[in-house]
Design a protein. Structure first.
Length: 146
C-alpha cells in the first residue's frame, strides 16, 4: 500500500501553525520534505520528527492550547460551537492523523479547527467547530476504525 504524504496544508491543520511559519521551518532546515511538481510533500516520519523538534514544540503546544482557551474565553458567539478534546489510548497516531487531515482537507468538514498531539503515548485530538460537523466527523472516525 502506498504511503500517504502530507502537504503544507495538512501541517497547518495538525500544528495550528501558519503556512508562512511552516515554510520558514523548511527554509531553515528544521522541516525536511521533498518538492514534487512544485508542492512540498512530507512523509509521516518527517512530520513526526518536525512536531517533536524542541525548536518547534513550544509553538505547537501554544497553538493547541489556544484552540481551547479561545473557545472558553469567547462568550459572544453568534452560532452554536463545540470544542472536543479526545484522548485516544491505543490509537495509531499515523492512522489518526491521516484520517482527520484528509477528512478535513477534502472539504466536507472545512469549518473545523483541528489539532493533533501525538508526542506522548496517548494521541490527543482537539476539534472545534459547529456541533453537527464536529460530532459528524467523530462519528465517521469511530465507524471507520471498527
Amino acid at each position: 500500500m502506498e504511503e500517504k504524504l502530507y502537504l503544507i496544508s495538512h501541517l497547518t491543520l495538525i500544528t495550528g501553525l501558519t503556512d508562512r511559519t511552516i515554510r520558514n521551518y523548511i527554509a531553515s532546515g528544521i522541516l525536511k520534505g521533498e518538492k514534487i511538481n512544485g508542492m512540498w510533500h512530507f512523509t509521516p516520519e518527517e512530520v513526526d520528527s518536525f512536531i517533536k523538534n524542541p525548536a518547534v514544540r513550544p509553538s505547537i503546544v501554544a497553538k493547541n492550547n489556544s484552540v481551547v482557551y479561545d473557545f472558553m474565553l469567547n462568550d459572544s458567539k453568534k452560532e452554536e460551537e463545540t470544542c472536543v478534546i479526545l484522548d485516544m489510548p491505543g490509537a495509531d497516531i499515523k492512522a489518526t492523523s491521516e484520517f482527520f487531515c484528509y477528512s478535513i482537507s477534502n472539504g466536507e468538514y472545512k469549518d473545523i479547527n483541528f489539532s493533533l498531539d501525538g508526542l506522548y503515548k496517548t494521541p490527543r485530538v482537539i476539534l472545534r467547530g459547529k456541533p453537527k460537523d464536529v460530532f459528524g466527523l467523530i462519528d465517521k472516525y469511530y465507524k471507520s476504525s471498527r
